[in-house]
Design a protein around this ligand. Structure first.
Ligand code: NDP
Length: 452
């Protein structure tokens, strides 16, 4: 990168997690960088994703804390909850983060260009009336919620809108069975709504370990969430009382608010990619090679618009690898053992192979599993169990997968992800001293495998 006949060395389209990291890192290495953003800095994660969602998960968690406190000698009344106060406080925090992103970019010497960008050619970016030339283009435009095309679909909202709802209605129906459906079902039920979760398959969180899926389903039912599995949705109807969600088999659920959580699609429609011959896949996904290079030289893409793993830390990893690549050291992101958490209630944390994936990959596996009532729940009386599971290769003793449903699962699994990256064996887990009394110690004290 250093052809000064261009205005910029790198022009990033989209200031989300991936775009911002690529812009800042490239600028820190001396590149002349611009980033164009039509919305607020920080993209999905900061504005309508990970961050405000986690703040809402904390809010919902207080409901448990107030209830559990009674068993520990605290008074009995749960204080009143104000949705409007939560949204206002969340908005202040998100605005603060927008400012942090602005300062981070500015401080790195990145030029921020407000507006929607499109490509006139592989080296020319147009934003409004302005044209900029650049040696390299990075598409980091993220994704947006997908809503199935069924009659009445517009009666439902998508996750973006939850963060600015004026109030939390009493009855909520969530359609979908992925991260977003499960997380919002937990948030809204914790904050006081009566929640139904409608999923077209037999058990939600497809792709996660089956013990996680079954354990979480059981715990959500105990929390009063109405799980409607094997229910397709073929239309929404307005009624005098609210919105009716209707399935082809005649099943119906009435709610005041319907949330579509049926996946996301890439934001790649109006950038001019097709015209330039950039290969697009299903739903407009930008097709890239292992170095995030598109089919057109000089145009790269990272993050959700490439639909590899739609996770903020993965987009950031792709950004870091990309900066190495455009600096002449081709670097590929390592997608093995990427840990992830679902901020459901209780939480899910997972890294490595599920039991089914390990077997499908040809491993002979030994399974260790523990289900127990965490100590907090002894005095609180809460009927909720934690589940932990290890998938171990029988031949070389390597731990292939670590899975958990329970409080702080995301925090706990992060550390075990390091162990898996280091290729830890079950013997190493056994040789590790536990921290007592914690739930996490169970991962290093499981001695007896479960029967097949
Ligand atoms: P997911 O892809 O996780 O889940 C989509 C869900 O919608 C699936 O259960 C799918 O069913 C269902 N679905 C898809 N199409 C239809 C349809 N036409 N009718 C009925 N149901 C349908 O998407 P999300 O939107 O929940 O999340 C998007 C991605 O964002 C996640 O995959 C994840 O990568 C990321 N994310 C990460 C979070 C985290 O790290 N905690 C939090 C939120 C999102 P089926 O399984 O049958 O295909």
């Amino acid at each position: 990168m250093a052809d000064h006949s261009f205005d910029y060395d790198l022009f990033v389209i989209g200031a989300g997690s991936g775009g911002v990291r690529a812009a800042r890192t490239a600028a820190a290495r001396g590149a002349r960088v611009a980033v164009a953003e039509a919305g607020r800095l920080g993209g999905t994660c900061v504005n309508v994703g990970c961050v405000p969602k986690k703040l809402m998960v904390y809010a919902a968690g207080f409901a448990d804390a107030f209830d559990d406190a009674r068993g520990f000698g605290w008074g009995s009344a749960r204080p009143a909850f104000s949705w409007a106060d939560l949204i206002a406080a969340k908005d202040v925090e998100i605005t603060r983060l927008n400012g942090v992103y602005q300062r981070l970019l500015g401080g790195s010497g990145v030029i921020i260009i407000e507006g929607r960008a499109h490509l006139a050619d592989a080296h020319t970016v147009v934003v409004g009336d302005a044209r900029f030339t650049t040696e390299t283009v990075l598409i980091a435009t993220g994704g947006r919620p997908f809503v199935p095309d069924v009659p009445g679909a517009r009666l439902g909202i998508v996750s973006d809108a939850v963060f600015s709802l004026p109030e939390l209605p009493p009855r909520v129906a969530v359609i979908g069975g992925g991260y977003i459906a499960v997380e919002f079902a937990g948030i809204m039920s914790g904050l006081g709504a009566e929640v139904s979760l409608i999923y077209r398959g037999p058990l939600f969180l497809r792709g996660f370990d089956n013990d996680i899926r079954a354990t979480l389903a059981g715990e959500m039912v105990k929390r009063g969430i109405d799980l409607r599995f094997n229910m397709e949705v073929d239309r929404l109807e307005r009624t005098s009382e609210g919105i009716r969600v209707c399935g082809p088999a005649g099943d119906e659920i009435e709610a005041d608010l319907v949330l579509w959580a049926t996946g996301r699609v890439p934001n790649t429609g109006d950038i001019g990619l097709e015209k330039l011959g950039v290969e697009l896949g299903e739903n407009g996904t930008v097709v890239v090679d292992e170095f995030s290079q598109t089919s057109v030289p000089g145009i790269y893409a990272i993050g959700d618009c490439t639909d590899r793993m739609a996770l903020t830390p993965v987009a950031i990893g792709e950004a870091m690898a990309l900066v190495e690549t455009i600096n002449g050291r081709p670097t590929a992101m390592d997608y093995s053992n990427v840990p992830t958490a679902v901020f459901s209630r209780p939480q899910v944390g997972t890294v490595g192979f599920t039991e089914d994936e390990a077997r499908a990959a040809g491993h002979e596996v030994v399974i260790f599993r523990a289900t127990f009532r965490p100590m907090l729940n002894t005095l609180s009386g809460r009927d909720e169990h934690t589940m932990m599971k290890l998938v171990v290769d029988e031949t070389d003793d390597r731990v292939l997968g670590v899975h958990m449903v329970g409080p702080d699962a995301g925090e706990i699994i992060q550390g075990f992800a390091v162990a898996l990256k280091c290729g830890a064996t079950k013997a190493r887990f056994d040789a590790t001293v536990g921290i007592h009394p914690t739930a996490a110690e169970e991962f290093v004290t499981m001695r007896e495998p479960v029967d097949d």
